[in-house]
Write a protein that binds this ligand. Structure first.
Ligand code: URP
Ligand code: ZN
Ligand code: ZN
Ligand code: ZN
Length: 483
């Protein structure tokens, strides 16, 4: 059985051309003109692009006394509805829990996935056991390791742990990742704000100013440089953090930054909304920033100093958000966005002329596939690649509303926003999951994607670091010891 996508314009991160795509056995087997197949999908007027890869989601995540409301079922349905065909979630060991045990827990949750998925491993505490198990984690296809510099008393690691873990990640050929906010300063600002009566959701924004993100980003970059490991900075939300990444890249450091679609399109005024629920539903870390930071993030995508647009999809219901009535520090941190990332980025990026369609593909799919060791298996339209494809209709439009979303929560932070640019078809390994805009999920269709360690960037960086490593000076005639 073969499927042909006909009459579309194929867009990859580096090329745009007219052609048909033939799919068999879940993979792309031919690209050319006038192809025939058992099933034909008409892509007239559409762009045929690699399905989106969202490398930052938290599905059914245990966090702040509850679980995020979207699991691998609703979360991956949301992904497909918006043209995303793969997610990378985070396996999160509880403090004291072995990484391999956490990995098993995440494998148990993800059996319901409708699209392919992988995980990053979080390093939430440090011990000989963690040190010993990390190579086994890599052997299982998980090659990226996330560290939290925030969430003091929960997920946060200190600089000593960070440096030890970064050195280990270098040895095993992985990519280090960091949530960069200074958790000690945040905890102290939270305490002070609460003591002064700042108990509402706006306190969340006050407690996490751009400086705490800039400081932690600089610190993580320096520590990664000393460890000799490539670094991926998640949810880069402000100029201070972007500036650190931009400077590091200009200095030849191997650092990538990841703005979220929320930070690109929403601003801090949300936290000053008179309706408590409205403001609390938008509480996430880092918080939304004022407009000048949005301009910085868009410029970074254009300039190439920022590499990937993600969502950090971590959705909580209004009821869950209300745990924090009277104390903003108890509002579960996180917002949704999986279904909206691609249409919002197209509408505010490509349709406004800030991004080309090729740049859109790069930041929604290809760059993540390359950085996280699964290119060209994922992230491109090429013979031999998985047929994870979105047929994108730039004329199709809708108004975003929670009433029609796949996510399990009762609101949407983009409620009321008009988007133009939506999937006509979304294919996961050749199976049509969105057909003429209508979702046809297939629970359990998703497969785990094992990724490769020791990519070209790791090899180059390690080669360079070995070359410039401290060497003892060979000396003849060493003076006798004075003792
Ligand atoms: O507020 C957020 N971002 N929640 C999810 C966990 C994280 O920090 O990424
Ligand atoms: Zn984070
Ligand atoms: Zn996150
Ligand atoms: Zn595959």
């Amino acid at each position: 059985m073969s499927t042909v996508i006909r009459n579309g314009t194929i867009v990859t991160h580096d090329l745009t051309w007219e052609g048909d795509v033939r799919i068999e056995g879940g993979r792309i087997v031919e690209i050319g003109d006038g192809l025939k197949g058992d099933t034909e999908l008409d892509a007239t007027g559409c762009y045929v692009m690699p399905g989106g890869i969202d490398p930052h989601t938290h599905l059914e995540m245990p966090f702040m006394g509850t679980y995020s409301a979207d699991d691998f079922d609703s979360g991956t349905r949301a992904a497909l509805a918006g043209g995303t065909t793969m997610v990378i979630d985070f396996a999160l060991p509880a403090p004291g829990q072995a990484p391999l045990d956490a990995l098993q827990m995440w494998h148990n949750k993800s059996t319901r996935a409708h699209c392919d998925y992988s995980y990053h491993m979080a390093v939430t505490w440090w011990s000989e056991q963690v040190f010993d198990q990390l190579p086994q984690v890599v052997a299982r296809g998980i090659t990226s390791f996330k560290h939290f510099l925030a969430y003091k008393g929960a997920l946060m690691v200190n600089d000593e742990e960070l440096f030890a873990s970064f050195r280990r990640v270098r040895e095993i050929g992985g990519v280090a990742m960091v949530h960069a906010e200074n958790g000690d300063v945040v905890a102290e600002l939270q305490r002070k704000l609460m003591a002064e009566g700042n108990t509402g959701p706006e306190g969340h924004a006050y407690s996490r100013p751009p400086q705490v993100e800039g400081e932690a980003t600089n610190r993580a970059i320096m520590i990664a440089d000393m460890a000799g490991v490539p670094l991926y900075v998640v949810h880069t939300s402000c100029e201070e953090s972007h500036e650190a990444i931009r400077r590091a890249r200009q200095q030849g450091k191997r650092v990538w930054g990841e703005p979220l679609i929320q930070h690109l399109t929403l601003d801090e005024a949300e936290y000053f909304h008179p309706d408590w629920d409205h403001a609390a539903r938008r509480v996430m870390s880092p918080p939304f920033r004022d407009r000048q930071h949005q301009d910085s993030l868009w410029a970074g995508l254009q300039a190439g100093s920022l590499s990937v647009v993600a969502t950090d999809h971590c959705a909580f219901t209004t009821e869950q958000k209300r745990y924090g009535v009277g104390d903003f520090t108890r509002i579960p941190n996180g917002t949704g966005g999986l279904e909206d990332r691609m249409p919002m980025l197209w509408t505010h990026g490509v349709a406004t002329g800030r991004l080309t369609p090729n740049e859109f593909v790069a930041v929604t799919s290809t760059n993540a596939a390359k950085i996280f060791g699964m290119y060209p298996h994922k992230g491109t339209i090429a013979v031999g690649a998985d047929a994870d494809i979105v047929v994108w209709d730039p004329q199709k439009s809708k108004t975003i509303t929670a009433a029609s979303q796949q996510s399990a929560i009762d609101y949407n932070v983009f409620e009321g926003k008009e988007v133009k640019g939506l999937p006509r078809f979304t294919l996961s390994r050749g199976r049509v999951m969105v057909h003429d805009g209508e979702l046809r999920g297939a629970e359990g269709h998703g497969q785990f994607v094992a990724r490769k360690a020791n990519g070209a960037v790791n090899t180059a960086l390690s080669t360079w670091k070995d070359l410039i490593a401290p060497q003892p000076v060979p000396r003849s005639g060493i003076p006798a010891s004075g003792v």
